[in-house]
Design a protein around this ligand. Structure first.
Ligand code: DLL
Length: 443
């Protein structure tokens, strides 16, 4: 369903006019009210009157996460604190968090883009939505909540974690929609299976999953396990929260629509910062076009993806591909660039494997080494009746062959030799409600 037909179907030339007008006023707001931006542009010798359209954006320097940290807590505000309506923080990292703030109108925009996202994912007014994103400083919980209410859904604000209760309420309330991190949706799906629940006792139709990278293998496990359609939602606190972009559930796998009337995207080279043509992978850089409290101009997200209009069938807005990784957590192993999501990409080739994996880095004898732990698909495991201890080590030939085929695939696709270890289902770290870290760095 299309939530806002006027904006989501706006012809591209008209959309550009809207973006250009909004960009000019965003730049003025930032320059006139935020000393950080005034200094940034003055020092770079930029004359803002020369920036008339989104095509001129590349002349401006980037805004980066350390800039937000250096201006902790409220140095990036373009409005007096008395005009704020809400404050959130970006997740992760130790020390002082990254603070983001919203006016009343920003919350309206936030709700609007989440409502569009949920509608694209197949949610409809009148449906019940169990919201298993964490409530609190994280933008996921409350952000989805407001957008779902705006769309006309009834929200069950359960937050993340408490898998037993999640399952009880999903069954008793018969919610049609679930929002969670993909790894937590998998935890719920696996728990259902473990308990021998009958999926016909549930009423789930759609899930809207994001906040961390995930794969097609994980999508199919969640879709099968919960008997629903799962779509990707992307966003980050600095730009607004969830709802910067969303996949349409009927166009799965072709990318996520970025709500371009509010967020202008660019892709740039991760080393030189130069703009890259559509289709080429690089760092996603976003400019907020309507934010009042904390306008962000050319914000370096660090997320690596692609942009293209090629698959924009139902709407006019541009699509971004899945997040391949983050520029700052790309690993360079023995000279080869490597993102852990590349492991996820080979899993669907092996029906014997589940979608849950972990990458362990070690440094024996001063050389980086990678071991990939992968959980086995329980039906395969039962089929062979192999005691778990035999999966590695003294494994039967078939298992040995499987391991060497996985290693070969990894070597061919990623260009790196890695050790592969198989695990029984449920024995690798699982999400307990939030984002799952798949990299264990023991170097
Ligand atoms: O994770 C906002 C969010 C909440 C998005 C709920 C979707 C659903 P932060 O905590 O600021 O905000 O983390 C933002 O998470 O820069 C990406 O690296 C990653 N991320 C978010 N969505 C996706 C996704 C929220 N769909 C950071 N796929 C971003 C891959 C994602 N990575």
């Amino acid at each position: 369903m299309i939530f806002n037909t006027e904006m989501e179907l706006m012809p591209i030339d008209k959309l550009r006019t809207v973006q250009n007008e909004r960009l000019v006023s965003t730049l003025q707001r930032a320059y006139n009210n935020i000393p950080f931006y005034k200094d940034l542009y003055d020092q770079a010798g930029v004359n803002l009157s020369e920036i008339k359209s989104v095509n001129d954006l590349h002349k401006l320097p980037f805004t980066k996460k350390n800039h937000l940290r250096e201006n902790y807590p409220f140095g990036m505000l373009a409005v007096p604190q008395t005009e704020l309506s809400r404050v959130h923080c970006s997740s992760g990292t130790t020390g002082k968090p990254t603070v983001v703030a919203y006016t009343k109108n920003d919350i309206e925009v936030f709700s609007e883009v989440v409502a569009r996202s949920l509608a694209a994912a197949g949610c409809k007014p009148g449906m019940k939505l169990q919201n298993a994103y964490g409530y609190g400083l994280f933008t996921g919980g409350i952000g989805i909540h407001y957008g779902a209410e705006k769309l006309g859904m009834a929200v069950v604000p359960i937050s993340g974690g408490g898998t037993e209760k999640q399952i009880m309420l999903l069954k008793d309330f018969q919610a049609e929609a679930l929002t969670a991190t993909p790894s937590y949706a998998l935890t719920i799906a696996e728990e259902l299976k473990k308990r021998g629940e009958d999926i016909r006792d549930f009423n789930l139709k759609v899930a809207v999953l994001g906040a961390e990278p995930w794969s097609e293998a994980l999508r199919s496990e969640v879709e099968q396990g919960l008997n629903l359609k799962a779509s990707n939602i992307y966003g980050l606190s600095e730009i607004i929260g969830p709802g910067v972009s969303n996949e349409d559930f009927e166009e799965q796998g072709t990318g996520s629509y970025i709500w371009e009337d509010h967020f202008f995207p660019e892709i740039v080279d991760k080393v030189t910062g130069e703009p890259l043509p559509y289709g080429e992978p690089g760092v996603l850089v976003l400019t907020s076009l309507t934010k009042e409290a904390m306008p962000m101009v050319r914000y370096w997200t660090g997320d690596i993806t692609t942009l293209t209009y090629e698959h924009s069938e139902k709407r006019t807005h541009i699509k971004m591909g899945p997040i391949i990784g983050r520029a700052d957590d790309m690993m360079i192993i023995r000279g080869v660039n490597f993102f852990h999501t590349q492991v996820a990409d080979i899993l669907p080739d092996f029906p014997q494997l589940s979608a849950n994996y972990q990458v362990v880095l070690t440094r024996p004898k001063n050389m980086d080494a990678v071991e990939v732990g992968i959980e086995i698909n329980p039906s395969y495991f039962n089929h062979y009746g192999i005691p778990f201890d035999d999966l590695n080590g003294g494994a039967p030939d078939e298992v040995k062959k499987l391991i060497s085929n996985i290693q070969k695939k990894i070597k061919d696709n990623i260009g790196l030799g890695m050790a592969v270890k198989l695990y029984q289902n449920g024995s690798l770290p699982q999400s307990d409600g939030g984002k799952l870290n798949r990299i264990l760095d023991n170097r």
